[in-house]
Design a protein around this ligand. Structure first.
Ligand code: ZN
Ligand code: ZN
Length: 449
């Protein structure tokens, strides 16, 4: 070891009055004394340990033993308890922590494959730990990291679960704050009776995501649950104490079976746009992601779930291509790329009589300037959108009725393209046919990229 390092170690002994455990000692110098160095020193010490099976969670302990040995340890005793951690690692056993975690998992009937461990200790203990780093002018990880690593390693080994830093199924928080006494003289001191019940475990269950496409086969169903505006969902006379305006929604149709399969808390439905309640969604369907909040069960058979969901939906809706996906898909759905297009099929009614030839004029519809429609002004910003009609075909039914199939850029309001919305959409079908036209029925037949 270099002279400069030895000086720092001696200063650490001084600051802690020689009361520092091997784990904290090793942890303070983990970034400057490598694992290889530690193993090599242990070999030289003839330390009785199988060097091939050393766990990462034990490495700081061994590093501390080696450091102490290098400095002729007997001079630097460690008898009255570690001033930094209160010897928490000797007083609290991995077994006790694991037992508390198991109890919690069982209590929640929780299934998980991957996890991340977090921990809580009194902030005074952490502050003191960091202050020592400042005094020594070193950088080291804090005690929490050490706890997390030890507990995480044990979960991997004995429970065969996988640690995942990016996207864990659950985050297990081990709260050891109650294990410590109130801070006396800024030292980390533990309560004498280290009762396992002082250890608290909390579990954060991360959401899971399923993507797919839905068809809405009948009119009159909103995409998502629509809470009653009078009672905000609490239930009142106006909504017949259901808390909502519509009995069913696309979201609730899939959620009913998902809830049973995952035992989740709730769901959030993210659609790639949405159609009006009176508009059907046909063709290949509209992409969506269902966010399942706090699922207790994650190992789903999506084929089976899909069958159950579709049976439950009867002839009202259909869910296709269900797949697991990541959270990032939600954001991707919301950003509709410029080349997103939609194909609509509308039944249009005209006030005055029209001739079949008149319909040819509609082919001139191309660039549409559309102010926010009056009917959605209460929830959408008032601005002018410029959208393109890409293709348009018409089918004459009778003098007051025709069918119009139109392919447009996403975001063009079709009902207003037909009515004109008092001149707020220009040009429009009514204007071209020189008679008031209304959209009687509307279907989305394709949502494309
Ligand atoms: Zn310690
Ligand atoms: Zn209500």
């Amino acid at each position: 070891m270099k002279e400069e390092l030895i000086l720092k170690i001696k200063k650490l002994f001084e600051i802690t009055d020689n009361n520092i455990c091997n784990r904290c000692l090793g942890r303070k110098f983990s970034s400057v004394l490598s694992k290889e160095w530690v193993l090599n020193e242990l070999k030289n010490m003839n330390y009785s340990i199988d060097l091939d099976s050393i766990l990462d969670g034990e490495l700081n302990l061994l590093r501390g033993i080696v450091i102490r040995n290098n400095l002729n340890g007997e001079k630097y005793l460690n008898d009255t308890g570690c001033e930094i951690c209160g010897n928490i690692f000797e007083n609290i056993s991995k077994k006790d922590i694991l037992k508390k975690i198991d109890e919690k998992i069982e209590f929640l009937s929780l299934e998980y494959d991957s996890f991340l461990v977090g921990s809580k200790i009194p902030k005074e203990v952490l502050e003191r730990d960091m202050k020592i780093n400042e005094e020594l002018d070193i950088e080291s990880e804090n005690i929490k990291k050490e706890i997390n690593r030890i507990v995480g390693e044990e979960l991997e080994l004995s429970r065969k679960k996988e640690v995942n830093f990016e996207n864990p199924d659950v985050v297990i928080v081990v709260d050891l704050r109650k294990v410590f006494k109130d801070m006396g003289e800024s030292k980390g001191v533990l309560k004498e009776d280290n009762d396992e019940n002082l250890i608290e475990v909390r579990i954060q269950i991360n959401p899971m995501f399923i993507e797919g496409k839905y068809l809405k086969l009948i009119r009159g169903i909103p995409q998502t649950k629509w809470p009653c505006s009078k009672c905000k969902g609490r239930g009142c006379e106006a909504c017949n104490f259901t808390g909502k305006i519509y009995d069913e929604s696309i979201e609730e149709l899939i959620y009913y079976k998902v809830k049973i399969a995952t035992n989740c808390y709730k769901s959030k439905f993210h659609g790639a746009g949405r159609e009006d309640i009176d508009v059907r969604m046909l063709g290949g369907g509209r992409p969506f992601v269902l966010e399942i909040v706090e699922p207790k069960t994650r190992n789903l058979d999506l084929n089976k779930l899909s069958e159950e969901v579709n049976r439950y939906c009867e002839e009202k809706a259909k869910f296709l291509d269900l797949n697991f996906c990541s959270k990032s898909r939600v954001a991707e759905l919301k950003v509709s790329s410029p080349d997103t297009f939609k194909v609509y099929c509308a039944i249009v009614k005209s006030e005055d009589e029209i001739l079949k030839e008149d319909l040819k004029e509609l082919k001139t519809l191309n660039i549409i300037k559309q102010e926010t429609p009056t009917r959605v002004m209460h929830r959408r910003a008032d601005l002018i959108r410029t959208k393109r009609v890409k293709e348009l075909d018409t089918y004459f039914i009778n003098a007051h009725l025709f069918k119009m199939k139109v392919k447009t850029e996403g975001g063009l309001y079709i009902k207003e393209l037909i009515s004109g919305d008092d001149g707020r959409t220009k040009p429009n079908v009514s204007e071209i046919l020189k008679t008031k036209c209304l959209c009687k029925e509307l279907d989305v037949v394709e949502v494309g990229k």
